[in-house]
Every structure is written in structure tokens, then in C-alpha cells.
Design a protein around this ligand. Sequence first.
Ligand SMILES: Cc1cc2nc3c(=O)[nH]c(=O)nc-3n(C[C@H](O)[C@H](O)[C@H](O)COP(=O)(O)O)c2cc1C
Length: 337
Amino acid sequence: MTCFSLPELHIGPYRIDPPVVLAPMTGISDAPFRALVARFGVGMVVSEMIASRSMITRNRRSMRMVDRAPGGGPHVVQLAGRDPRIMADAARLNQDLGADIIDINMGCPARKVVGGLAGSALMRDLGEAAAIVSAVVDAVSLPVTLKMRLGWDEDSRNAPQLARIAADLGVKCLTVHGRTRAQMYDGRADWRAVGDVCAAVDIPVIVNGDIRNGADARRALSLSGASGVMLGRACRGRPWLPSQVAAALSGRAVPSTPRGRELAAVVLDHYGAMLDHYGIPLGVRIARKHLKWYAEAAGIGPGFVRPAIREEDPQVVRDLIRNHFGKGAPADLEAVA
Ligand SMILES: Cc1cc2nc3c(=O)[nH]c(=O)nc-3n(C[C@H](O)[C@H](O)[C@H](O)COP(=O)(O)O)c2cc1C
């Protein structure tokens, strides 16, 4: 067995301990989910991507997206956009609202975002990318970080080049999803290629993509030489996963996966927090996908999912959760360490 030492991750004045981060995920990493993940234990959580143009109008949806979740390290707000001036204004506004770190999105592959030449499209125009980074860094006194992919496609894997530009302009940490934009979510994340970014800069790099357990995290860190890991999709229905990965990485006993009544209590808490955050009926609708993920992770079938995703009355949904999760769910098949 090779010797493994847990890296230290620092972003400006913040030590991210453990070096395990919950990914920004639109429609998922909202304040209730970030708070829940933080309660189990995580080094840092990142908000959903917020369009800078809507942010500066302070519209209700954007303001709700930047809500600080208690715990979970520094409050990181992720911004997306293509206009340097608007990105700078949005960053300044978030500094005033209490953000600790501003993260710039240059990784989103979604057509809606790329069509507006933001997200990963900025990797095709490093001049534009530099103008945005420079405007945001100059606008705030907070640490600015940047999330990207390996490049636009196989023929333009320019992440190391963008990383150097960002580091020279004052960015304090980079996260790299080990896929190109053309790959979307196909194939496997290339953790070794993230190592080319680590080698190109002196600032910390977080490796991201397809990390589902402690063994993956360890391998992603060894292959890339990164200073931390970011977990996304694997946390859906498993808000405790970052805490388990952190324990596995540091060689501590891995906390057990909640089951039975303990699991029901987690799901009920999350459900209540979503209803508080969004109000009814929006909260009821938003909660449905989380309920499906919890059921999937716990091996609970259509007997719960079918009625739960149609039901409008929160009290009935709560009873369904108690009845189906509270009875001792089958073992979660995915080993963590
Ligand atoms: C539903 C969904 C929404 C996402 N939203 C964002 C986002 O708002 N900002 C961002 O930088 N990345 C976003 N991502 C990408 C993730 O942060 C992460 O880079 C990607 O899922 C790969 O990591 P994973 O394999 O651990 O999921 C999103 C991914 C998914 C699946």
C-alpha cells in the first residue's frame, strides 16, 4: 500500500479542513442542502451558479440562492456571466451581502449558459476569460476562485493555460472537472489530466469529476497531485457522503450511513428545511427530486416514490417518509472507503 498524506487546502485566509468540497449544482446545492451537508461535515460548500445579470437586479430567486448555510466553511458564491462589468458588480454586491469567497464559473456546459458565451464557452476565448477574472478580482477584497473543465474539446485542452492566466491575475484556487465541454458528462473524468493544471500553477487546485467514495478520492488526489476533492452527483440522496470521504481520506473510522429511523429523521429535516426555504407549494415540488434520490440511495422502490412525487400535501409526504424510511432501509450497496 502506498503512503498517502492528506493534503492541506488553503484559500486566502481560509483553511479548508477537511479538503473535501460540495460541488455547486444548480437546483441541488441550495441553502437547505448545503446546510445539511455541512451538518454531517465538509470542508467547504459552494452555492449554485447565479447569473450575474439577474444577481445585480437582486431578483428573489438570486437572493434566495445566495443565502448562507450555517457551517460548512466559508460562504462561497458562484457567479456566471460574460460581461466583466456586470460580473464585477455582482461580485461587489455579494461581498456586501456577506460572501467570503467569489467563485467564477467557466465550466458549465449547458447550452443556455454556453449560448450566452458564459460558463465553459469562456475557455474558447481566453482574452474574454482574462477580462472577467481581472474585473472580478479588482472589484472585491475577497479571495476569488475559478471552476473550469479541461478545455472545450479534445483539440483544445487549454486548462493549464487558463489556470496560469487566472493565477497571474490573483485567483486563489482552481477547481478542475476532468472532462472537456464536448464530453458533457460522458466517459470518465481524467484525474491525471487535472495534474497538468496542478503542475502549471502555484495556487491550490481541487480535482472534480466522478468521485463517489473514499477510494476514488484518494486515487483522484494521487493521480492529479491536487490539494482537495470536490464531490457532486454522488452526494444526491447522500448528504453524509463528504463526511465519509473525509474520514476515509484521513484514515479515521468512516461514519456509518444513516438507516431506518435515523435516515427518516434526516429526510424529514431536509424536507422541512426545503419547505421553509421555498415556501409551499414550490418547496413541495423542489423536494421531489431529493426524495427520489434518497429512495434510490436507500434501495426504497416505487411504493414510496410514486405517491411521494405526486402528493401536494406535505403532511401526507411526511407520513410516507416515516413509513418507508423509518422501517430500516436495505443496506446502501455502495461501499464508501
Ligand atoms: C444537476 C447539476 C447541476 C450543476 N450545476 C453546476 C453549477 O451551478 N456550477 C458549476 O460550476 N457546476 C455545476 N455542475 C457541475 C458539478 O459542479 C461538477 O463539476 C460535475 O457534476 C462533476 O462532478 P461529479 O462527477 O462529482 O458530479 C452541475 C452538475 C449537475 C449534475
